[in-house]
Design a binder for this molecule. Structure first.
Ligand SMILES: *[C@@H]1O[C@H](CO)[C@@H](O)[C@H](O)[C@H]1NC(C)=O
Ligand SMILES: *[C@@H]1O[C@H](CO)[C@@H](O)[C@H](O)[C@H]1NC(C)=O
Length: 540
């Protein structure tokens, strides 16, 4: 019998359900826990060409939850815990690494040889450059005074000549290069970072930087963007301010991607950038007083290859600050992690957004966003996400506290690693999924060269729905993925390989280092939006 009390209870459940129901159907992707405790909080992540991931946090807060190997301790310290680990995708396990100086809120880039070069950090680490070349027993190497200016919250980007450019950082209104060459020993003044800096909140840290095919850098800081010739040290173009004028960089942390670039006959005709989320300019000052402003729910998209580029604004199904934007192998953009109130910074974020979004750049405006299934773990400030070679997304970190805090706080320090599997990994689609037969993982190639890719698909192949894409593995921290780019290669029509049920397609490698700086990429064959497992290729 339904009593008034129990019918009220039912009504209450329905209301709770309605309140919790996402505003549009969440039908994509699945989550699962990979490792509940890797011993550190994953503030920075980089995938390496051997499918291991370098993960690191900071060194200056006390002990982590994983010991250094063989009873080692940090010099002149009672701290015998590790602040960096190497995660091995194949065995789903971590190995602790030793780092001496503080690489908190730093930046980095893979080098052409597949090693990670990481730059800057805080205090004793602000001028240090560290390299990590992966092997079973390898560890960090540190170069004291590798930088000429202290860099904390800077952005790095790899360059066609194999160096990286390191731009900005707190109170560092300059850029420099690494490795140093005789003509680039100094830091070079960069007034754009002064112009976009509001000294009260420094809303232009971790600028969004992309190398574009004409050889210039697109640089977005606060609410403005330029094209910059880093060779001549000249601003080539100034883009309109993003509509709404609200900041998009740390601590009003939004994110940005260079949308997939399609190469046709050796050229990229259209170059577009997408910037999503962030927080109002007032949000940081309010958050430190305990008032949490709503995050921005807009994205701005701009075709920077147009003679007269304009921002086109779109509205996301929900607002987000501290979201990560990742290019998926099929050219869609995943927007993941973050919250819907407050800003980046210790204790400054609220209302975790547990549902990722997928943005389909080729769809008409209004039908681009697809809500994804939610996780149960808030990934707030200091969380990370990177694409793995098999198409999964590795998600970690979240520590909005000065120390590791596990109880009696909003959003306890997260030591877990989860995976998000986009719906293209559903087993029901396996008949459509390409399997690359050759070349083998680790192949090398050269600019402009043709490559024959042999692959199998168990169901019928729709030859007009095959793409070959190539993704640069990015350095992820603070909601930005440095070096991230996806190229759709110029390709012929796939044909059947004689006397087999396999196919082959001939693709042309990118024309130059401005389109694809030399180094390591993951190549995918995509059929009807479903990517194969990727293979590493090295281009030079
Ligand atoms: C981390 O270590 C601290 C101190 O030993 C302990 O209190 C805490 O429960 C550990 N947390 C996790 C998630 O392992
Ligand atoms: C094959 O792919 C093309 C391009 O994506 C699409 O328009 C067409 O509907 C597909 N055909 C089938 C049978 O799925």
């Amino acid at each position: 019998m339904i009593t008034p009390a129990s019918s009220l209870h039912v009504l209450h459940l329905i209301i709770v359900f309605l309140l919790r129901a996402p505003p549009c159907p969440a039908d994509g992707g699945t989550w699962s826990m990979l490792l509940p405790n890797i011993g550190i909080s994953a503030m920075h992540m980089q995938l390496l060409p051997n499918d291991r991931v370098v993960i690191y946090d900071r060194t200056d807060f006390g002990t982590s939850n994983i010991s250094l190997p063989k009873g080692k301790c940090r010099p002149k310290s009672k701290d015998c815990s590790a602040h960096s680990v190497e995660y091995d995708v194949a065995s789903n396990s971590v190995r602790p690494l030793m780092v001496l100086s503080n690489f908190w809120c730093s930046s980095g880039s893979l080098m052409p040889d597949g090693s990670l070069t990481q730059t800057g950090g805080n205090a004793d680490g602000a001028l240090v450059v560290r390299t990590y070349k992966s092997c079973d027993t390898c560890d960090w190497q540190e170069i004291q005074n590798g930088l000429v200016q202290e860099r904390w919250y800077a952005t790095n980007h790899f360059l066609p000549d194999g160096r990286q450019i390191i731009i900005g950082g707190r109170r560092a209104f300059t850029y420099e290069f690494f490795p140093k060459t005789p003509d680039t020993q100094k830091a070079i003044d960069f007034p754009f970072l002064v112009q976009t800096n509001d000294p009260r909140i420094e809303n232009n840290l971790y600028p969004f930087v992309f190398l574009i095919p004409d050889g210039n850098l697109f640089i977005f800081a606060n609410n403005r963007a330029i094209l910059f010739d880093y060779v001549k040290n000249q601003v080539v173009r100034t883009f309109p301010t993003i509509p709404g004028d609200e900041p998009r960089n740390y601590p009003s942390t939004g994110s940005a991607v260079l949308l997939p670039m399609r190469i046709v006959q050796g050229t990229v005709a259209t170059v577009e950038v997408l910037v999503c989320g962030g927080a109002p300019g007032s949000a940081f000052r309010h958050a430190i007083k305990g008032i949490f402003d709503g995050a921005l729910d807009t994205c701005g998209r701009i075709t920077i290859s147009d003679p007269d580029p304009r921002w086109v604004m779109e509205t996301m199904p929900m607002a987000r600050v501290m979201g990560d934007m990742l290019l998926l192998p099929n050219g869609n953009v995943l927007i993941i992690n973050g919250g819907s109130a407050g800003t980046a910074g210790w204790e400054c974020g609220r209302n975790p957004v547990l549902n990722p979004l997928i943005y389909q750049p080729g769809n008409p405006v209004g039908s681009r966003f697809v809500m994804q299934a939610p996780t149960t773990i808030p990934r707030m400030y200091h969380s990370t996400a990177i694409l793995l070679r098999d198409g999964r997304v590795l998600v970690g970190g979240s520590n909005p506290h000065d120390k590791y805090e596990f109880t009696n706080v909003f959003y306890p320090t997260e030591l877990s690693l989860e995976e998000f599997s986009p719906s293209y990994l559903d087993s029901t689609l396996s008949g459509l999924r390409p399997v690359i037969i050759s070349p083998v993982n680790g192949a090398t190639t050269m600019y402009g060269k043709q490559m024959v890719i042999k692959f199998a698909v168990s169901k019928n192949l729709n030859t007009s729905s095959v793409l070959v894409t190539m993704v640069a593995p990015s350095f992820n921290t603070h909601s930005f993925s440095m070096n991230q780019r996806l190229l759709v290669l110029h390709s012929g029509i796939p044909t059947i390989v004689r006397k087999s049920s396999n196919y082959q397609v001939t693709v042309t490698m990118p024309p130059s280092g401005n389109v694809a700086p030399k180094g390591n990429y993951i190549l995918f064959v995509v059929h009807q939006d479903i990517p194969s497992e990727g293979i590493w290729i090295h281009i030079q």
